[in-house]
Write a protein that binds this ligand. Structure first.
Ligand SMILES: [Mg+2]
Length: 322
């Protein structure tokens, strides 16, 4: 532990440094406020003993400046030194950022007690900082967990809802398109009936990984929408871009060749995808609900037309044509 003694009276400074040394504290000495502030910057002491009457800046001004120099969360105990101990001086000393007060000539016993008290406070403060940091970490982890699907480890429904709303509003401001993909595993009930739910879970995990691998932009998000349904939000993506991603997902799942003996579509797992793209219009606050509906209708059509395919929402086609 290092102490900075800012004191212009040499005999007093020598005595204090000697006493600190006896207590096992390293000390540095500054003869006036200006040097004291410089030494504070260089040495970053754990404790400051600060005379009130100094040439140049007085102790109050030095304390005020030192408090301004401290970094966020940093706190260096300051004990004022003065030959006279008026109530006003004490009050003013605390007001400008001091923590305690010592009357000169300094008594060894009192100095020792006050230094110990400051060490104790510093220790408690440090523990509190460590605890606060741990709490911050825990909070961050909780936030992460609340957005992640427990089985597949990708975004969950809650995260999907929040992201869609956020991207919808952003797209509205920028007048840019936002695309939504609703993805359904073909004949998944039969998969579970044939292989059991545990294999069903493994299958969903594999599919989640495969779908994530098809996204390339940091703003793209794929989430578990519910059961065997996934959803992808593609910000600032027009219908061609969205179709490209959807087709890539469908092919990636085929390439993964996850066996599905009871499927009537293929001998492996396949997916159907509904695509919808909209440029949000202002005043259409719940427009994103319509986007989900469009993607859902497209998905239904992809299934009706034989599954293992991508279908685009009708309204988008009309918009494109017109
Ligand atoms: Mg003095």
């Amino acid at each position: 532990m290092k102490a900075l003694v800012i004191e212009d009276t040499v005999t007093s400074a020598t005595l204090i440094c000697h006493l600190l040394d006896k207590m096992g504290l390293q000390s540095v000495h500054a003869r006036d406020g200006e040097i004291g502030i410089e030494m504070f910057k260089q040495e970053r002491p754990d404790l400051i003993l600060l005379d009130i009457v100094l040439p140049g800046f007085d102790g109050f001004e030095v304390a005020r400046r030192i408090r301004q120099l401290e970094r966020d969360g940093e706190w260096t105990p300051i004990i004022f030194l003065s030959a006279r101990a008026s109530d006003e001086d004490l009050a003013r000393g605390i007001m400008v950022g001091g923590d305690d007060y010592l009357v000169k000539p300094v008594s060894e016993i009192v100095l020792k007690a006050k230094v110990r008290a400051m060490q104790r406070i510093a220790q408690m403060r440090y523990s509190l900082l460590v605890l606060t940091r741990k709490l911050d970490d825990a909070n961050r982890e909780l936030t992460r967990l609340s957005a992640v699907d427990g089985l597949t480890n990708i975004a969950n429904r809650r995260c999907f809802d929040e992201t869609l709303l956020r991207e919808w509003r952003r797209a509205e401001r920028r007048e840019s398109p936002v695309s939504l993909l609703l993805i359904d595993v073909d004949k998944f009930k039969d998969f579970n009936d044939g292989y059991g739910h545990q294999h069903g879970d493994e299958c969903l995990k594999e599919l989640a990984k495969t779908l994530v691998s098809c996204l390339h932009r940091s703003t793209d998000l794929v989430a578990r929408y519910g059961g065997e349904e996934f959803a992808a939000i593609l910000a600032e993506t027009d219908v061609e871009g969205a179709l490209g991603v959807a087709e890539a997902m469908r092919e990636a799942v085929i390439t993964a060749r996850l066996p599905h003996a009871s499927s009537t579509v293929a001998d492996h797992v396949t997916i159907s995808i509904g695509v919808a793209t909209v440029v949000p219009e202002r005043r259409d606050e719940n427009g994103y609900v319509g986007l989900i509906l469009q993607a859902d209708q497209a998905l239904y059509r992809a299934k009706r037309e034989g599954r293992n395919r991508v279908a685009v929402a009708e309204t988008v086609r009309l918009t494109e044509a017109g």
